[in-house]
Design a protein around this ligand. Structure first.
Ligand SMILES: Nc1ncnc2c1ncn2[C@@H]1O[C@H](COP(=O)(O)OP(=O)(O)O)[C@@H](O)[C@H]1O
Ligand SMILES: [Mg+2]
Length: 396
């Protein structure tokens, strides 16, 4: 069918034509903002899930809800290569300017500007982060150099400025598994401060399961402040909607057998559904997409997934790391004990420990519980087995 009218969206973060199975999450978020605006406290949210389940899309949805509710959404992606202090200073400054243009700053906003300036200078002394903040820094506030104390001061100041303007600020952070433990703790502490003061500031984060920064104390503390919502495979009814609804708008339907075939292959993972929908559409003559169309589309689905979704994940891995993941794939898709993976390679888990740690730091593996690791990408084991042969000799 006409590729120009293909309604599927197999791209990271691309809003789908039909957002399937997220009614509860979106409703909860709207209620969160409304409760805070009414002066009640409510837990912030952290969404966790594997790659391709729709975390970024859900954050995008939160952004629209925030705008709808007259909140200021501050969107950012955490990365290993961007230092967090300057990043959050910059975002705080942006938040303040969006709460209120400078010409209409009240007393609280002017105070917030001073606090943000002081914080910005403490994280980046050259002042690169202070554009537009031509106020005297609030010396002694948010400039201890301890992110923990300083960020709380900044969030409080922003909250007071927002309250003065009867608005709210929500920080929406993606890929939060890349926050260091101290950074995540600082963020948690800052959110805690705004909760204590009943200020209209909150946070929604998205990241991989088993956030490495959330260990020990940080974890028990976070569990009181945040609602952890894990998203994953779409349940059957929602998965069917994700398949059929985008095409319906274009007057195209699927045969029941085609739907079953796509459900079985994709296991309800949103990214795979979008990829399959696109390939089936391009393959079919229509207006009904049949089982034969779906079967014919399969090789295209697989080569597209391999070339984009999976390949993107292995781009920055070393040969050692690849061999480790290939050995792990030999054992299947489930979580695996470090010792069992090592045994496949005739090594000890101590020898392979550093490789395994690097894979966790890179966000390719996560630890669902102590001593175990699992792929962060669904069906990654299948990809590894298709993509490379097991070479037992190659790990140093
Ligand atoms: N609720 C949903 N219903 C249908 N498709 C979705 C849904 N959520 C995400 N998608 C699709 O799945 C893919 C992955 O979404 P993304 O948000 O990038 O996942 P993640 O951030 O978890 O890796 C995108 O192609 C997107 O269009
Ligand atoms: Mg994402």
């Amino acid at each position: 069918m006409d590729r120009a009218r293909n309604p599927y969206t197999p791209n990271a973060g691309a809003p789908p034509r039909f957002l399937a199975g997220r009614a509860q999450e979106t409703e909860d978020f709207r209620v969160l903002l409304q409760r805070l605006a009414n002066g009640y406290t409510e837990q912030s949210v952290i969404i966790t899930g594997l790659r391709g389940v729709g975390k970024t899309v859900l954050l995008g949805q939160y952004e629209r809800i925030a705008e709808d509710e007259n909140w200021v959404p501050v969107v950012a992606e955490v990365s290993k290569n961007t230092p967090f202090g300057p990043q959050i200073a910059n975002l705080s400054r942006r938040a303040l300017f969006q709460v209120s243009p400078k010409a209409r700053w009240g007393e609280r906003a002017a105070q917030a500007a001073a606090v943000i300036k002081s914080f910005s200078l403490s994280v980046q002394a050259d002042g690169a982060m202070t554009a537009g903040l031509d106020v005297e820094p609030a010396w002694g506030t948010a400039d201890t150099g301890s992110l923990n104390d300083d960020l709380a001061d900044v969030f409080q100041a922003i909250g007071e400025a927002a309250a003065e303007k009867k608005r709210g600020v929500v920080f929406l952070f993606d890929e939060i598994q890349f926050l260091a433990k101290t950074e995540l703790e600082a963020l948690i502490g800052a959110v805690h401060r705004t909760v204590q003061r009943q200020l209209p500031v909150t946070f929604a984060g998205a990241g991989l399961p088993g956030l490495p920064g959330l260990a020990g104390n940080a974890k028990s503390y976070a569990e009181r402040l945040f609602k952890f919502s894990s998203i994953g495979q779409l349940p059957r009814a929602a998965a069917v909607q994700a398949i059929v609804e985008p095409a319906k708008v274009e007057g195209v339907t699927f045969s029941p057998e085609a739907i079953e075939f796509i459900l079985a292959y994709t296991e309800g993972y949103p990214y795979f559904i979008q990829e399959f929908g696109r390939a089936a559409w391009n393959t079919a003559d229509g207006p009904v997409i049949t089982l034969v169309d779906a079967e014919d589309a399969l090789s295209q689905v697989e080569s597209e997934l391999d070339g984009s979704f999976f390949q993107a994940r292995v781009q920055r891995t070393t040969p050692d790391e690849l061999t480790y993941m290939r050995a792990m794939a030999e054992l299947g898709s489930a979580e695996q004990k470090a010792a069992d993976v090592a045994a496949v390679l005739h090594k000890s888990s101590e020898q392979l420990g550093p490789i395994r740690s690097r894979l966790i730091a890179k966000g390719l593996l996560y630890t669902p519980r102590f001593g175990y690791a699992k792929f962060t990408v669904p069906q990654f084991d299948r990809f590894m087995r298709r993509h490379m042969t097991l070479d037992i000799e190659s790990t140093g």
